[in-house]
Design a protein around this ligand. Structure first.
Ligand SMILES: Nc1ncnc2c1ncn2[C@@H]1O[C@H](COP(=O)(O)OP(=O)(O)OP(=O)(O)O)[C@@H](O)[C@H]1O
Length: 244
């Protein structure tokens, strides 16, 4: 799965899920985390996934990002089937095409900001320079600092720089503002919106916070393992215009 597909037209699906189901466990203890989910994500789209705790959001994102595999159904990244793919194929998919951002930043404490980002650029096929990634998250002045010297929001911005430095097609964010206060959370969302806008990176963001949905091209609500609704907001708001 090379990156020959980079630069394809906006608007064509980059991800397609068909009848996706995920069951954890079996018998009486089986948990149906996803039930027949159909979803297409267009290239360059900004999708917000909303839903109650336990509704299946992380399971869906993990399958879209090749961290997990479905029990049944199909999932395609462009023309590549991820369902039933071997571990090494999924590893390559994640390494080449997917940037992940989680609630907790997972930075290496003994490495500087720039070194944390360089960990990824050193092993990527077409990385951007470390400083370009830090510029995008407005952290150049902190490039030689250690994670412990940064606020939570700054650490999350390093995690975003690390995720995008390999120029992934997909930026998958699972509660990126979950550990942050209101104002800091907005700053982090602004960074994700900027990357989506300026680099054209397709972004999917999970949140409990319905107000964030105003930033999206499309809002997908997940309930009990199903897609309960899909909305297209009339106008995409900047994080500065959001309030909650
Ligand atoms: N590894 C696992 N083993 C068993 N059950 C699991 C596993 N992972 C998730 N589940 C269950 O699958 C369901 C969906 O979980 P998931 O984490 O996708 O929900 P979520 O919407 O992301 O929740 P939250 O907002 O709390 O993170 C839940 O009932 C959860 O307990």
């Amino acid at each position: 799965m090379s990156d020959e597909s980079r630069g394809k037209e906006a608007g064509t699906p980059v991800l397609r899920a068909k009848s996706l189901a995920k069951v954890y466990g079996s018998g009486d203890s089986a948990v149906h985390a996803l039930r027949a989910v159909d979803l297409e994500v267009a290239r360059g789209e900004f999708v917000v996934l909303l839903g109650a705790s336990g509704s299946g959001k992380s399971t869906l994102l993990n399958i879209l990002g090749g961290l997990d595999t479905p029990t049944s159904g199909e999932i395609f990244f462009e023309d590549h089937a991820l369902h039933g793919a071997a571990d090494d194929v999924l590893t390559e998919y994640r390494r080449e095409h997917v940037g992940f951002v989680f609630q907790f930043y997972n930075l290496i404490p003994s490495l500087t900001v720039a070194e944390n980002v360089a960990l990824v650029t050193d092993i990527s096929a077409h990385p951007m320079p470390v400083d370009e990634a830090l510029e995008l998250v407005a952290l150049m002045p902190r490039r030689n600092h250690f994670p412990s010297q940064l606020s939570g929001g700054e650490q999350q911005r390093v995690a975003i720089a690390r995720a995008i430095a390999k120029r992934p097609q997909l930026l998958l964010c699972d509660e990126p503002t979950g550990a942050l206060d209101y104002a800091t959370g907005k700053l982090v969302l602004e960074v994700i919106a900027r990357i989506n806008r300026e680099l054209g990176t397709t972004a999917l963001v999970i949140t409990h916070n319905a107000a964030i949905a105003g930033m999206a091209d499309r809002v997908v609500r997940v309930a009990d393992g199903r897609i309960a609704s899909v909305e297209v907001p009339e106008r995409r708001l900047s994080p500065a215009e959001l309030s909650w």
